[in-house]
Write a new protein. Structure first.
Length: 243
């Protein structure tokens, strides 16, 4: 079961860059706002640190289209029809200060499997290979994400942006990789038991996000913290020696 049931929170990342070069939205907590776009879609607003400056190279004009090839072509066309907005992001001064990210998450039941093997992209060297598990592939286009980004851009005077790997590469992006060593009732359903101990390996425990067996549909930080605190409370204390 190791490497099975890997989750991505079934999410999309969208950005809104302010047109005003003097805008600074970095003051405050990294994540300070969240809301539900509908009963299955949860969004958080994210501020960026200076180290995220390179992320501007991932941003492309925002395009709505569920058909991957058509969306990719329309994205490339935007560089011709809207060259100022399309290219402005790459030359923007203080990009990270001017940009708000929305992380758009859904509790969809889809999974990946990771295996160790040779891959073409690694020059046939060994590495992790992913294949689809149950529930089909994670989405590369979430209309709720684009709608939310456009709404924020409209009221803030910003430029809404998609991620290049989603729009042109038809690949999903995640900030919340989960699972791979999930909790289960037995060794055929998971890697660890309800006490976080690996089946067949007494004394070996997994307590981080790898233990989570489902898409939580929200930022998983508090879920991981709660599981870690629960584990700590259940972990047997060592008795002090009186020798």
């Amino acid at each position: 079961m190791l490497g099975n049931r890997v989750r991505t929170n079934s999410e999309a990342l969208v950005g809104i860059m302010a047109r005003d070069p003097d805008v600074d939205v970095t003051k405050g907590a990294s994540i300070s706002t969240h809301f539900y776009a509908d009963e299955k879609t949860h969004l958080t607003q994210n501020r960026l640190p200076p180290s995220y400056g390179m992320m501007k190279l991932y941003m492309v004009p925002m395009v709505d289209d569920p058909q991957p090839l058509r969306r990719a072509l329309r994205t490339l066309l935007a560089y011709i029809t809207q060259p100022v907005d399309a290219l402005r992001v790459y030359f923007a001064r203080n990009w990270y200060k001017r940009t708000t990210y929305l992380t758009v998450m859904q509790a969809a039941d889809n999974e990946l499997r990771f295996r160790y093997g040779r891959t073409l992209f690694r020059g046939f060297r060994h590495g992790l290979k992913s294949t689809l598990g149950k529930g089909g592939r994670t989405p590369s286009f979430l209309p709720q994400a684009n709608a939310a980004a456009r709404a924020v851009a409209e009221v803030s005077g910003g430029i809404p942006q998609n991620m290049v790997v989603e729009s042109i590469g038809n690949m999903s992006v995640t900030a919340h990789i989960l699972g791979g060593a999930v909790m289960g009732a037995n060794a055929t359903e998971g890697v660890i038991n309800i006490n976080h101990e690996v089946f067949g390996c007494p004394g070996l425990y997994v307590v981080d996000g790898a233990a989570i067996p489902a898409n939580v549909g929200v930022n998983p930080s508090l879920t991981i913290t709660a599981l870690a605190e629960r584990f700590s409370a259940r972990f047997p204390r060592k008795e002090k020696s009186h020798d």
